[in-house]
Design a protein around this ligand. Structure first.
Ligand SMILES: [Zn+2]
Length: 865
């Protein structure tokens, strides 16, 4: 829903809040006194309240005298509650609104919610964006910053956490019946969405060597030692940020709480909540898991500055705090791991943003609603990076520091940041930034070369995954890398002719600009030769692959899949992990699109993949003690995507049997998931049962990897078992529903089974399964489909299951099906021709027809059920 602005004639300055949950009845009672400053005379007091029963209301003026109320009433649509007064309140006066109320504990993870995992209950809050109003009456908009004093009445044996340290606590008891009262210190000025509290039976570990105490808490059924990694990262990140931003974080303590069953994390002031699926790092965790955990912690702590200290004044600019927290996270990563995080960014996050933003569901960064998608978490940081590239890294950082200092404990919007950056750089930033933040989409630059004239002509048009749009007018400062240095040219709506040396050039060096580039085919070939010569940077090599892939998948500007594959052939000796990540993502995308095609074409493509990766795979070799984090990831990536290389298959088989026969310690954790995948994909029930037998005795990451791998088995009985196992409340809490089922979406039988599971509605009877979680699985299935006929059947199905299943995310998936179907129709023969010409397509005497069996098979599930 959209935010409805409350009147600015009143401004809350302090909340005195008392909450008493009743865990057995899953309800809570509360009282609140809100101190309000009256800016303008008014007879109506309107604030937010939703799903609450307001029991009593009493108003007092600044002298403590009662204020007479003539009427009250709620508006459930607007989620507001209004108090009407007999006489207007005088301006510049104070008012105290006292209310008592009660509500229900939530089970979907919003507001004040309860989760029960491994027999223990955890109560915690998640108020972003507008759920504080479901827990207490409040002025629930980010511009209304106030201080809070929170008191909780909770079972005596439980631990209670809040934004601030505890000020007083009545005696604890071991009895579950007796209650204690816990009072927290008054907070700094914060927005309602950052208020938080939690109750449960927790253990904690603590980090002492920082100015403020840092603790990690987890429910007692988890091993608290597995929080030590996150705790260490939190301390290091706080130090990095305080040094970089030259501003104290403003916290009196920092607690990080593991919440089972939650998704992602929330940056509450002083009490960061994190999904237990990400927070725990055990001795058998992989490098990738460690990196993900560190990135999440660095992001949430980044919010203590971006969002918490300086808050956007409305949800319209939600993207700003996310973009800056993403930027802070990436910067911290550089120092934490001594790795090049911007290369990883260009290879992954930026591509996801570019892909999403070229769909019809791309939207402007600024706007109503808080979108948790690749625009907010991808385009936002891309635009910041582009800006930093334009003004220079030092100027950008200086601007950020000034923005923080000027707006700390208050509100700060994009305009405020553009203003300080304009002041420091001496260039007007605002107008240019507006075209990037207030519009959906981005341009593609097409190049025409004229050899005789020695010129290139650049034209920009809107890039779309479906049909190319009209010309656009993004204010582009196009950088062109040539053998004589970098040229910077302004490109507007009109095509631009540039006279230059044509021996070598590449647009968008470092991939700093948020746009794609379409080269003429002959230039693409020359750039491929530059890859072999090693003259292009890592970012440039990634950009070349990803831009070409996006154009080939969309069928734009004359670029076909055969051109993409010819380009990829130049990367046999590629030495960068992040370039390989881009290559593997491209190969996987093509494989996925071929899932419902004949096995001959699929095998031919797999053969090409095997050949492409082979040289690098063998050169990198096996794991050894000197491997750093990058090496470990690199080797695992090649091993897991070897395209069925015989040596890899044999090695995986041996490693698997050793793992089964031993206590599991012999298997390098970084390759564990890959070994399970390789063996289960090719094995039968014997291998499945061996792994399943290991499951019960396993813990930590090994356990997660086993459940994630079981879905690769294509035996019907095994598939059924996998779904049963993945949908238990414990698995949903520890691994997450979608990650546990993802492997099923890699083969046809698994896809059908997942579809049947959704369509049958069995899930409605399973505890812990919400529509939102099931919808994610539904999207995963739709993302695999490649034929319009399936999509029609699927749409009918979803409608019959629940109309809410057809949200904009589902529509995005349907668009994806259309795009993939069109690509297959357009490039199937082109792909086969290329594979045949290069010796991968072995049965190519006759023209291949699509596999009727596979097709009929699929229709049965997606069309005719
Ligand atoms: Zn965030």
């Amino acid at each position: 829903m959209e935010a409805h602005a409350l009147s600015r004639s009143l401004k809350p300055s302090h909340y005195d809040l008392r909450i008493e949950p009743d865990i057995e009845r899953e309800t809570f009672d509360g009282s609140v006194t809100i101190e309000v400053e009256v800016n303008e005379p008014t007879t109506i007091i309107t604030f937010n309240a939703h799903k609450l029963a307001i029991r009593s209301i009493a108003l007092y003026d600044g002298q403590g005298d009662p204020v007479k109320v003539s009427d009250t009433g709620g508006d459930s649509m607007l989620q507001t509650f209004s108090i009407f007064l007999e006489k207007p309140l005088p301006p510049n006066s104070r008012l105290f609104i006292h209310q008592t109320f009660s509500g229900f504990l939530d089970k979907t993870g919003a507001g004040f919610h309860i989760t029960e995992v491994h027999g223990s209950q955890t109560l915690s809050t998640s108020f972003e964006p507008m759920h504080a109003r479901t827990v207490f009456p409040c002025f629930d908009e980010p511009c209304f910053k106030a201080t809070f004093t929170v008191t909780m009445v909770v079972p005596g044996h439980m631990t209670c956490l809040g934004n601030m340290p505890i000020k007083s606590e009545s005696e604890s008891s071991v009895s579950t019946r007796e209650k204690k009262t816990v009072e927290f210190y008054r907070t700094a000025l914060i927005s309602t969405y950052l208020l938080a509290f939690a109750v449960g039976e927790f253990n904690f570990v603590e980090f002492h060597d920082f100015r403020i105490p840092i603790r990690a808490y987890a429910p007692r059924s988890y091993d608290i030692e597995h929080c030590r990694y996150a705790l260490g990262i939190a301390a290091r990140v706080l130090i990095i940020y305080e040094q970089t931003f030259k501003l104290d974080c403003g916290l009196d303590k920092l607690d990080i709480l593991a919440v089972p069953g939650s998704v992602g994390a929330m940056e509450n002031w002083g009490l960061v909540t994190v999904s237990s699926a990400v927070l725990f790092i055990s001795p058998d965790s992989t490098v990738t898991e460690k990196m993900s955990c560190a990135q999440l912690i660095a992001h949430e702590i980044g919010h203590q500055w971006f969002g918490n200290l300086v808050t956007m004044s409305s949800w319209e600019n939600f993207w700003l705090k996310e973009a800056l927290a993403d930027w802070a996270e990436t910067m911290a990563q550089e120092q934490l791991f001594d790795s090049p995080p911007w290369q990883e960014f260009v290879s992954e996050k930026m591509q996801k943003a570019l892909n999403f933003d070229s769909s019809q569901f791309g939207h402007a960064l600024v706007g109503p609603g808080t979108h948790l998608d690749f625009i907010t978490y991808g385009k936002g940081i891309s635009v910041m990076r582009m800006l930093a590239g334009f003004v220079g890294k030092d100027v950008f950082l200086q601007g950020i520091c000034r923005f923080l200092l000027q707006n700390a404990y208050g509100n700060g919007d994009p305009g405020d940041l553009w203003e300080v950056l304009s002041q420091i750089s001496g260039t007007d930033i605002g107008a240019a930034m507006k075209s990037w933040t207030n519009n959906p989409g981005y341009p593609v630059i097409a190049i025409e070369e004229n050899e005789t004239e020695g010129t290139i002509t650049l034209t920009q048009s809107q890039f779309s995954v479906r049909k190319m749009g009209s010309t656009t007018s993004y204010p582009l400062f196009v950088e062109i890398l040539t053998d004589q240095g970098v040229l910077r040219e302004r490109l507007d709506e009109q095509p631009k002719v540039i006279k230059m040396h044509l021996k070598f050039f590449k647009l968008n060096p470092g991939q700093m600009g948020f746009y794609r580039v379409a080269y003429p085919i002959a230039r693409l070939q020359k750039l491929g030769e530059e890859v072999c010569k090693g003259t292009l940077s890592v970012e440039d090599r990634i950009g070349l692959i990803c831009d070409t892939a996006a154009l080939a998948f969309g069928g734009h500007l004359g670029i076909r899949t055969s051109h993409l594959l010819s380009l990829l052939q130049n990367f046999e000796d590629e030495t960068s992990l992040f370039v390989w990540k881009a290559i593997v993502a491209t190969l996987r995308e093509i494989s996925k699109r071929l899932l419902f095609e004949d096995h001959i074409i699929r095998n031919a493509f797999m053969d090409f993949q095997k050949h492409l990766i082979k040289r690098c795979l063998y050169r990198k070799g096996t794991f050894n003690d000197h491997d750093d984090m990058g090496d470990l990831q690199f080797k695992a990536l090649l091993f897991g995507n070897s395209g069925g290389d015989e040596k890899v298959l044999a090695a995986a088989g041996v490693m698997f049997e050793n793992f089964i026969a031993s206590d599991g310690k012999m298997l390098n954790p970084n390759i564990r998931a890959e070994v399970f995948e390789i063996v289960l994909k090719r094995g039968g029930t014997r291998e499945y049962n061996k792994l399943l037998n290991k499951f019960e005795a396993s813990t930590g990451s090994t356990r997660k990897d086993i459940i994630r791998a079981l879905g690769y088995s294509q035996n019907n009985g095994c598939i059924k078992k996998t779904i049963q196992l993945a949908t238990t409340p414990e698995m949903i809490a520890d691994v997450g529903l979608r990650p546990a089922l993802e492997s099923l979406a890699t083969h046809r039988k698994g896809i059908y089974a997942l579809w049947r599971f959704i369509a049958s509605g069995v899930w409605t009877k399973l505890p812990g399964l919400t529509l939102a979680k099931i919808a994610l699985v539904g999207e995963m299935v739709l993302d695999c489909l490649t034929k319009i006929e399936y999509s029609e059947g699927a749409r009918k199905y979803l409608e019959s299951v629940d109309s809410n299943m057809l949200g904009s995310d589902a529509e995005l998936c349907f668009e994806g099906i259309e795009v993939r179907a069109a690509w297959l129709e357009r490039d199937r023969e082109d792909l086969i021709g290329w594979l045949r010409k290069n010796g991968y397509y072995k049965h190519g005497a006759t023209k291949i027809r699509r596999s009727m069996n596979g097709f009929r098979d699929a229709l049965e599930y997606f069309g005719c059920l």
